[in-house]
Design a protein around this ligand. Structure first.
Ligand SMILES: Cc1cc2nc3c(=O)[nH]c(=O)nc-3n(C[C@H](O)[C@H](O)[C@H](O)COP(=O)(O)OP(=O)(O)OC[C@H]3O[C@@H](n4cnc5c(N)ncnc54)[C@H](O)[C@@H]3O)c2cc1C
Length: 385
């Protein structure tokens, strides 16, 4: 293999390039990235950056030097002739291809001024400028990880915050009912007005947002809105490539694109059969998964499909909401049985085990990091609940 092309210059793409260098791959590596910055860390964008800390450094990013195409977008892929076509019509060939184009926020049809999504450093700085502009009526749409963090940060900066979530309680599907009920109470205790079980369907306001219209006919007043309604994988450029694209690039357990011998995918864009979960197809939007998969996918490309190793690390995520640490591991949403295994919900410190067919498939911990470490081991071992 003489030439490896990596599309997407963020966490997974960077880790792929670094892995190739570590393996002393002596062919040509071309990295194509739509953003103009060095690869940076996204988790601080909904946390410390909003509070004024600009550090989003991703270790190793500086090693890229200038040997990559910044501000350039892949527009099409021809897997027969092994060519990536860029947005200016130029063509980049490859012997091996790493797809690491991540995901972008979902949007309601049109976003007037004052409605923000959060994915890039520009998004975060624009939101920060608004949050610094004095007390506001902030509406957060979506109570998932990012929505919860933004609601928490906005409260700590002194804003009025309404959190709208379509589920009966925020994060119900991700963390189960014990934690979701606790989280709803935690938001309320910290001054967030919670509106659950309704969807945001549009916005009021001519030149700037003045309210959020809900599916129950109510309009919530707003002068600043953050839409955290989940993401969609960036796969449009793969149309017509012959790759299987269904909510991400569908891969083999080794992260080779399904049926391909020279294309791999990694990070938020990859959907693969997870060995710990009976080969159910999963797409994970977590930092650690993108970090690890970038390297694994690149090394598997070098090894070839015959010698490639499956990727089956446990997904895990940590978030802070109003000072509480919430951690998840595995895939709690697959469970048919749930039990609080340690601590107590009333004391804001507990761990929950999630099982399917009697075996642990996931865990959630609130202010109980040591319990999560123990439970992670038990999930990996497939122990009984
Ligand atoms: C605000 C925020 C907070 C987060 N907090 C946490 C957290 O606390 N913990 C956690 O585990 N995870 C967190 N995450 C998720 C984590 O950041 C992602 O899982 C990770 O960034 C995924 O990396 P990636 O390289 O797969 O994709 P991305 O980071 O999405 O990068 C994809 C890159 O590809 C580029 N691209 C897209 N299309 C093309 C194209 N056609 N051509 C060329 N380039 C293209 C994009 O511009 C982008 O630079 C957070 C994410 C956000 C947005």
């Amino acid at each position: 293999m003489n030439r490896i092309t990596v599309v997407g210059a963020s966490l997974a793409g960077l880790r792929a390039v670094q892995a190739l260098r570590r393996e002393e791959f002596d062919g040509e590596v071309t990295l194509i990235g739509a953003e103009t910055h060095l690869p940076y860390n996204r988790p601080p964008l909904s946390k410390s950056v909003l509070r004024g800390d600009d550090d989003v450094t991703l270790p190793g990013a500086e090693e890229l030097g200038d040997h990559w195409l910044r501000g350039r977008r892949a527009a099409a892929l021809d897997t027969a002739d092994k060519i990536v076509t860029l947005d200016d019509g130029s063509e980049i060939g490859y012997d091996g291809l790493v797809i690491a184009t991540g995901a972008r926020p979902k949007r309601l049809a049109e976003h007037p001024a004052g409605v923000h999504t959060l994915r890039t450093i520009e998004d975060s700085l624009a939101l920060r400028a608004e949050l610094e502009g004095g007390p506001r009526q902030v509406v957060v749409i979506g109570g998932g990880f990012i929505g919860g963090e933004v609601a928490s940060t906005a409260r700590s900066l002194g804003h009025q915050v309404t959190l709208i979530d379509s589920a009966p309680h925020p994060m119900l599907a991700t963390v189960g009912s014990d934690t979701a009920l606790w989280l709803a109470a935690h938001h309320r205790r910290n001054g967030v007005e919670l509106v659950s079980g309704v969807r945001a369907i549009g916005f009021e306001g001519e030149t700037r947002v003045e309210g959020v219209r809900l599916s129950n006919g109510v309009t919530v007043p707003a002068d600043l809105v953050i839409a955290g309604m989940g993401v969609v994988p960036n796969t449009e450029w793969l149309a017509g490539s012959g790759l299987t694209v269904e909510d991400g690039v569908v891969c083999e357990p080794t992260l080779y694109a399904k049926g391909s011998t020279d294309v791999v995918a990694a990070g938020d864009v990859a959907r693969w059969p997870h060995g710990l979960y009976g080969d159910s197809l999963v797409r994970v939007e977590h930092w650690a998964t993108a970090n690890d998969q970038g390297a694994v996918a690149a090394l598997n490309l070098l090894a070839g499909p015959e010698n490639a190793k499956p990727y089956a690390d446990l997904p895990s995520y940590a978030t802070h909401v109003h000072g509480a640490r919430i951690q998840t591991a595995g895939l709690p949403h697959l469970a048919d049985e749930v039990r609080v295994l340690a601590g107590s919900v009333e004391e804001d410190s507990f761990a929950v085990g999630f099982a399917r067919d009697g075996r642990l498939v996931g865990a959630v911990a609130v202010n109980a990091p040591k319990e999560l470490i123990r439970l992670k081991r038990r999930v990996v071992a497939g122990e009984a609940l």
